[in-house]
Design a protein around this ligand. Structure first.
Ligand SMILES: Nc1ncnc2c1ncn2[C@@H]1O[C@H](COP(=O)(O)OP(=O)(O)O)[C@@H](O)[C@H]1O
Ligand SMILES: [Mg+2]
Length: 806
């Protein structure tokens, strides 16, 4: 709906309202009634005051319409700001009309006054329409204001939706972002229903359980609805001294209470069970989806975020959604029942109650919004105070060394005092809220008591009915309160569900769905003209046109400074990522065409810092395999030079290694990792700086293990120790993502390229990386001073052949 349409509707509505109200007031054709009523106004007989409310409605709508049409920029937001006040005014008009209805019934039965009745009905309906139109006039604010901002800043005028669209298209980035945000907001609102529907879809398998829960819920709610009615009846029979009636009512009451408690218990139990099943399904589905994601996903998302979705969000989804649906169903059934009973007992008292509830709700809403705003400000100030505290305490040495303790304390305290100011406002707001809500509740109760007393005294109703009505009204109030709180809770749950579904819906861009699983695998690996950038940094090519081959049964060394792209080559061979250009081939076929488990049984990786799981040594070695005989585990451990230390552990192969293997030394962990790779009997073995994080002793042990196994596989070794590199059949030197040299050790030494310079410098004990590879951080430096000293001392013995022994 465009602004013009809303304006036209408002003006037309004012016209319609005037005609209908006047016709109803003048009973169709008695205009003289105006003069009579004006001269002899009697609030109990005349309804000129109701006709007067038309003037209020008309002036509100016309005023807003004129305002919006004159000032298209600021008008709608101003109208929107006044919405709560207008709702309040309309509620007063409706209350007044209903009070008038009750007054008129005192004189004559309503059936004798059709014109009055219609006028009251129309006044209520019309007041509701005014609030709706007012909202509409204020709602146009976003589009009208954005339209006028765009038009004034870009084209200087022009209306129509087409123009708007064009302007939006040419709008700057910021505007686009804003627009996106708004769209997102709308989408979120519209998708809340879809999310709820989808969640219910998850409960499909529990339809039986859910139906049982809803069945018990209905039974308990219906019983609870009848209970106050029987209280009233019992009291009535006490008053009338009717013993048989009294015992009948008490027995019914007992039966109702027993059935209701039984149903409440069953409902609670079945709902909890359904909730647990939903939680289980949601979590396992989410975990399975996470396991199927590509490595890019784990690069892009923090572990903390993922874990929080897996634990906190899934719990919130099942708890909040089921709890709130439960509350909503229960409260609406009970509320409807209570309202029906209240109406049946006394429609007049019900009218008074219905008049009061909206005011109480309005007080809560106004307070709720203000309190939320304050709470947000308190949170922000608290976060700022915490930031100061955290920063100061974590940098205590710096604070002490600059003697800045007092200033830090002052800035922390200033944030605390800002928070205290807000706390004071909160306290005042809370006091006002409690005061106004208690007063309005009390006012309602007193009005009901007053009016109900009048009805009892005039013989229009019984005292038992009044008591039952009172109980109903208090219960109804509780139900309405619960229903009001459901929305917030439900939206929180839906928010959490949307987060969970976002993960569930993510389709991996690079799924491990290859199918090839040939019987024989020779282990020929070829990198063909690979250009690769990480998905998180697509603008930086880490590898540029890299080509090399790993021949079956040969040891190939990949050397280069830190950050040159060696581990990236390994990631491509492991099929963690897809290169942008070129292919990584295993036996002539791209690695991504192989079956996931097949590829990882043929290609095994031992990395610099192997991650062990908090399980036993045996479970770590056989990780990812099932039904492995103990002899195979021992064989792998012997080959990895690990058997001796494992058997020396308290429980041998059944010793737990602690979280991430912390109960083992670095060298022991590395050897377990080597055994884990070997037990698969891989064709291609990748050792990515497998010894560089170790001390000399451990390195010696691991190196021995590696020397044992290198002959049997196609080996790709990434190392910065010459002892490993020089024995390789082929050495590939990589720098800044390009292959700069390759050949055997002697060939590269003879060609006097970078490699030979590097070797010479390393042998002489000179730090090399920065000069040779123009890299500030070189992985050629050697592990530490001790190693370099040993290298230089050995170089004097071995001369030009430089065979440093470790
Ligand atoms: N997961 C990743 N996401 C984005 N960039 C990465 C990632 N891993 C490594 N890099 C970057 O790629 C470059 C090459 O890293 P890498 O292959 O690990 O070097 P190295 O030769 O030392 O093994 C580095 O600049 C590094 O910052
Ligand atoms: Mg690396």
């Amino acid at each position: 709906m465009g602004t013009k349409v809303v304006l036209c509707c408002s003006v037309l509505y004012v016209l319609l309202d005037s005609i209908i109200t006047t016709v109803l007031y003048t009973h169709g054709s008695q205009p003289a009634i105006f003069l009579d009523d004006a001269l002899n106004f009697n609030i109990l007989q005349s309804v000129l005051d109701l006709w007067g409310t038309l003037l209020l409605r008309a002036s509100l709508l016309l005023g807003a319409s004129i305002g919006v049409s004159w000032n298209k920029e600021d008008g709608p937001p101003r109208v929107a700001k006044l919405t709560t006040f207008i709702v309040f005014l309309c509620m007063i008009v409706i209350t007044y009309a209903l009070a008038k209805l009750l007054m008129l019934t005192e004189l004559e039965p309503l059936s004798h006054q059709p014109w009055f009745l219609s006028l009251i009905g129309w006044t209520c309906a019309s007041s509701l329409c005014v609030t709706l139109l007012w909202r509409q006039l204020g709602k146009k604010s976003s589009s009208v204001s954005s339209l006028s901002i765009h038009s004034s800043s870009r084209s200087g005028g022009g209306g129509g939706s087409e123009d708007t669209e064009k302007l939006m298209e040419t709008a700057g980035e910021e505007d686009e972002k804003e627009e996106e945000g708004q769209e997102k907001g709308k989408d979120t609102k519209s998708s809340s229903g879809a999310t709820l529907g989808r969640l219910l879809g998850y409960c499909k398998k529990d339809t039986g359980l859910l139906s049982a829960a809803v069945f018990f819920l209905i039974i308990s709610a219906v019983c609870e609805v009848f209970i106050p009615s029987y209280y009233g009846k019992a009291i009535d029979s006490i008053v009338s001294q009717d013993k048989s009636d009294f015992s009948k009512h008490v027995i019914t009451l007992t039966a109702l209470a027993s059935v209701s408690s039984l149903a409440i218990g069953m409902r609670g139990g079945v709902f909890t069970l359904t909730l647990a099943r939903l939680n289980l399904r949601l979590r396992s589905h989410l975990f399975r989806t996470l396991m199927g994601q590509d490595i890019r996903f784990f690069d892009e998302n923090h572990t903390g975020d993922i874990i929080s979705r897996l634990s906190a969000d899934t719990t919130q989804v099942s708890d909040l959604v089921s709890l709130n649906i439960n509350i909503f169903l229960r409260s609406s059934i009970k509320g409807t029942g209570f309202l029906i009973f209240m109406f049946e007992r006394s429609w007049k008292l019900t009218m008074v109650a219905v008049m009061g509830f909206p005011f109480i709700a309005l007080v809560s809403k106004v307070y709720g919004e203000y309190y939320k705003k304050l709470a947000k400000e308190v949170q922000t100030t608290l976060a700022e105070a915490n930031k100061i505290a955290e920063e100061t305490i974590s940098a205590m040495r710096t604070v002490r060394s600059f003697a800045n303790e007092t200033e830090e304390t002052d800035s922390y305290c200033s944030k605390l005092s800002a928070m205290f100011q807000l706390n004071k406002k909160q306290a005042l707001a809370y006091a006002c809220y409690m005061w106004s809500s208690c007063i309005s509740e009390l006012a309602l109760e007193v009005s009901i008591l007053f009016y109900g007393g009048h009805l009892v005294m005039t013989g229009q109703t019984s005292s038992g009915t009044l008591i039952a009505f009172f109980i109903y009204m208090l219960e109804l109030g509780e139900c309405l309160e619960n229903i009001a709180s459901v929305y917030t809770g439900l939206m929180q749950g839906v928010g959490a569900a949307e987060k969970v579904f976002e993960y569930l819906d993510r389709k991996p861009e690079h799924p491990a769905d290859g199918t090839e699983a040939p019987d024989a695998c020779t282990g020929l690996v070829e990198f063909k003209d690979i250009t690769f950038a990480y998905p998180t940094r697509p603008e930086t090519d880490i590898l540029q046109g890299v080509s090399f081959a790993l021949l079956p049964g040969e040891v190939t060394a990949l050397v280069g400074p830190s950050g040159s792209g060696k581990s990236s080559c390994v990631s491509l061979l492991e099929n963690f990522y897809l290169p942008q250009q070129g292919q990584v081939l295993l036996d002539g076929k791209p690695v991504n065409t192989f079956q996931h488990t097949y590829l990882h049984s043929k290609v095994a990786l031992v990395s610099q810092e192997p991650v062990l799981f908090a399980r036993t040594v045996k479970e770590n070695i056989t990780y990812g395999l099932t039904g492995v005989p103990m002899e195979a585990v021992v064989q792998a451990a012997i080959k990895a030079n690990a058997h001796d230390f494992i058997t020396a552990l308290p429980k041998g192969y059944d010793t737990s290694v602690g979280e991430k293997g912390t109960q083992l030394s670095g060298g022991q962990k590395q050897r377990v990792a080597i055994a884990r790779a070997l037990i698969r009997n891989p064709t291609v073995l990748i050792l990515d700086e497998a010894t560089s994080a170790l001390d000399a002793e451990s390195e010696h042990m691991v190196q021995q293990a590696l020397n044992n196994i290198m002959q049997d596989h196609t080996v790709l070794v990434i190392a910065h120790r010459l002892s490993t590199v020089e024995k390789a059949d082929n050495i590939i030197v990589i720098d800044r993502g390009r292959v700069v040299e390759q050949g055997s050790h002697s060939h590269l030494m003879a060609s006097s390229g970078l490699y030979s310079k590097l070797v010479q410098r390393q042998v002489l004990g000179i730090e090399t990386g920065a000069e040779v590879f123009n890299s500030s951080e070189s992985s050629w430096k050697g592990g530490g001073g001790r190693t370099r000293r040993r290298q230089s001392s050995s170089s004097s013995a071995s001369g030009a052949e430089c065979t440093p022994c470790y």
